[in-house]
Design a protein around this ligand. Sequence first.
Ligand code: NAG
Ligand code: NAG
Ligand code: NAG
Ligand code: NAG
Ligand code: NAG
Ligand code: NAG
Ligand code: NAG
Ligand code: NAG
Ligand code: NAG
Ligand code: NAG
Ligand code: NAG
Ligand code: NAG
Length: 780
Amino acid sequence: MKLSLARIFCVRTMGVMMLLLLGCELTGKALGCKEGERLGQLNVKAAFNFPNGTALPTWRADKEDCCQWERINCSNIRNTMQVTKLQLSGLPQPRSLDAGALFPSGLCELASLETLSISGNELAGSIPRCLFNMTTLHTLDLSYNHFGGAIPPSLFSSLKLLESLSLSGNAFEGSFSHGFVPSFLMEQHDLEVFELFNCRLEGQLPSWLLENNTNLGYFNLMGSSFSGHFSLNSSLTNYNMWLIDVASNSLEGELPSYFSYVFPNLGDLNVSRNSMQGRIPSSLCHSPTASNLRMLDLSTNRFIGELPEKLMRCEILGILILANNNLRGQVLPRVANLSLLTYLSLSDNQFYGEISTGLLNSPSLSFLDMSSNNLSGVIPDWIGDLQELSVLSLADNSIEGTLPLSFCKLQKLEFLNLAGNDIGPSIPSCVNVSALKHLHLERMNLKGSLPQFLQAASSIVTLSLSSNALSGGIPSWIGSLSTLRVLLLAGNSFEGLMPQELCQLHNISIMDLSHNHLSGRIPSYFNKLAFGSSQVPDGTFTISGYGFTWAVVFSFPYVSTPQEGGDAVEVLFTSKHRLESYGGRVLPVMSGLDLSCNNLSGSIPLQLGNLSDIRSLNLSYNHLSGSIPVTISNLDQIECLDLSHNNLSGEIPQRLIELYRLSTFSVAYNNLSGRTPEPKYQFATFFRESYEGNSFLCGWQLGNCRSSGGLPLTPPPAEHQEDIFRTAFRWSFAGSYAMAFIGTVFTLCLSSYFWTLFFDFVYRHIPSSCAFIDRLFPMH
Ligand SMILES: *[C@@H]1O[C@H](CO)[C@@H](O)[C@H](O)[C@H]1NC(C)=O
Ligand SMILES: *[C@@H]1O[C@H](CO)[C@@H](O)[C@H](O)[C@H]1NC(C)=O
Ligand SMILES: *[C@@H]1O[C@H](CO)[C@@H](O)[C@H](O)[C@H]1NC(C)=O
Ligand SMILES: *[C@@H]1O[C@H](CO)[C@@H](O)[C@H](O)[C@H]1NC(C)=O
Ligand SMILES: *[C@@H]1O[C@H](CO)[C@@H](O)[C@H](O)[C@H]1NC(C)=O
Ligand SMILES: *[C@@H]1O[C@H](CO)[C@@H](O)[C@H](O)[C@H]1NC(C)=O
Ligand SMILES: *[C@@H]1O[C@H](CO)[C@@H](O)[C@H](O)[C@H]1NC(C)=O
Ligand SMILES: *[C@@H]1O[C@H](CO)[C@@H](O)[C@H](O)[C@H]1NC(C)=O
Ligand SMILES: *[C@@H]1O[C@H](CO)[C@@H](O)[C@H](O)[C@H]1NC(C)=O
Ligand SMILES: *[C@@H]1O[C@H](CO)[C@@H](O)[C@H](O)[C@H]1NC(C)=O
Ligand SMILES: *[C@@H]1O[C@H](CO)[C@@H](O)[C@H](O)[C@H]1NC(C)=O
Ligand SMILES: *[C@@H]1O[C@H](CO)[C@@H](O)[C@H](O)[C@H]1NC(C)=O
């Protein structure tokens, strides 16, 4: 086996302490602690207290017996009380503290330490060598400090009793920085808890750790870059092992079939997000009644085959996540008897056939996701017997028929997604929506008016009925859904005026009414709606499960799976001429209004300028007239503004150039006149396509100003233009920087310059955005 070293070496362990502590109370009082140790401790306190802090108040020079001080435990070793345990984690530390001040005449005095924990103390400098003389240590936690410098890996090799070691969250260099498992671990054979967490370590999975440490109970190598096979010596048996987490690595090959014979008491196995192949070994549950397997997550791999029957009868299995593989067969074989199952995710596989009665043996099921498979038949009548169901997604299958009336027995539904099935033309009005927060019924051939029973959905946050054949007016009761934040009704046949009551949806942040037949004016009351200005409380778009939150991804088939297991609801909204998926940390900060492709007339209300937090506004393909209100230049956060294909006239307000975040802009195909805005900031990145189709408009982008009688306008000289681009880029970079926390998708969105070029390209190749959108939202 190759010797290996670690980059940010972070073995994080939470070991069981095996201290033989003889109470100081009984034997220690007379003896007291060793004077050298006591003075050392006082030096430690002084270091923490510099210049005049209040740390460790019971460590007082006038209190002789340091075994009585807080955060210390002593043991009687060779008839002397000695400090064996020191727990100094997380002391309030206003500044970075030099480890040199803490160790040489302080901690180094404690020669018999068995447990040393000084995590999260802003300690900097290199690890003092005396630490490696503390050969009695079995628990060492130096994590989340600023230790740096090179550590010869051999140093730790003297610590042969380690059961628990944590060095994560530091900045070691040199021999620890090569991305390999440090070789001294080869010397360890007593580890009970072993965690190398998000460490970017490379190389073969160190399965020898499992073989060397036969007491190991907790093995967590999640989130590194380990590759290779999960090989195990089949003659090994470890009765202590209860958790193995190797998720998010690059493992391949098959799961050994003897896995559960090697670890007969395994409770949690997480292998998700690797490249594992082959069938799911049926022996994972070696004995349905004796197995301890409670949680199995094999999602996002390349497993094939059917669900093993033995596993399907695993008595105490509670969480089963097999999403995103190539599994096939019946969704839970009929013989399945998973009576404690609460969480089942089988989405994105190739399961077929009808929804099996095998599910009926799991009465506590509360999370059921079978989306994106090839299920057929109808939703069975017995679904109403799964009384605990709170999350149900059957999206994108070939399920037909109507919802059975028994569906109305489900009282805990918080999340329902039936999109992309042929379940229609209506939903029974008895469905109990009192707990409902997210409802997705897109592309289901729903007909008739907006279902009125939704009026009772008093907690609803996301309502999507896009791409159906709903008709009639948007009812005024919609105003009673005051908790609504996302309303997607695009691609239906709604007609008439937008009701006044829409203005009661104060907290709305995304509203898409595009591709309908709405007429009349754009109501001025839209300025009463939040569109981003109302804070989104934590958890609004999150569905929580069992100590972990789970992504429920619902998307149209033409959008690739938006993100790997985020942890939030996702919605789709067209922005920048593209249908984008918003989820995770992005969704709560996205805001937009899309009224495009309707029959709206009249002028753009000045009040729209009050939506200072909106990020996307699309009013294209209507019959709007009048001029572009100058108040539009108050939309400080706007990134996408599309007013094209209307009858707007007058000049383009020059102040629009103050929209520093704008990356998509179009006023094409109107009756605008005058000059295009100065090519400054973001406006240096908008070309002909943003302006064409306005016969009286002139500008360098259009190259037509000579004929308009004014001074010939030429594009700025190349050098100047580059300057502008740089300015634009700097602006968007400033934006990106400020918003970095928002997350990748959004950051990309804000790196406007590059995106602008990209969208410009897209735009060039898609002559009409409506035609493009039409392909996405087929009209009925
Ligand atoms: C520490 O004590 C000095 C005087 O002894 C005082 O000037 C200073 O403000 C104190 N600092 C804090 C943080 O209390
Ligand atoms: C260690 O000492 C602390 C007080 O400093 C005490 O609360 C704790 O019970 C002791 N632990 C053991 C195992 O003796
Ligand atoms: C470690 O112990 C060895 C011998 O036991 C001694 O020579 C050496 O000085 C010690 N190192 C430190 C840093 O205390
Ligand atoms: C641990 O495993 C490695 C690799 O198989 C081996 O070289 C080493 O001797 C083992 N250590 C112990 C203590 O068994
Ligand atoms: C597996 O372990 C057994 C005994 O623990 C040993 O005899 C055998 O050589 C090991 N096999 C491999 C391939 O390491
Ligand atoms: C398995 O690991 C992945 C990646 O760390 C994580 O997202 C997922 O929540 C874990 N599964 C369970 C059931 O905890
Ligand atoms: C399912 O398993 C339970 C025990 O977990 C048992 O009592 C019950 O009889 C089994 N049902 C079937 C249909 O096998
Ligand atoms: C889906 O199932 C049907 C039969 O129910 C089958 O004809 C079809 O090939 C399946 N499609 C896929 C992609 O597996
Ligand atoms: C709907 O479910 C709630 C519990 O979530 C319950 O209190 C209410 O009575 C149910 N309504 C109907 C009409 O069954
Ligand atoms: C709107 O959101 C705020 C928090 O951002 C919340 O306090 C308020 O209750 C919400 N209003 C409604 C009607 O849900
Ligand atoms: C569009 O709206 C006008 C009134 O604003 C109305 O006369 C016309 O019939 C509408 N067209 C369609 C197709 O609905
Ligand atoms: C809307 O903006 C105008 C200025 O454009 C301002 O005078 C008015 O107070 C704003 N109204 C609200 C409700 O913020």
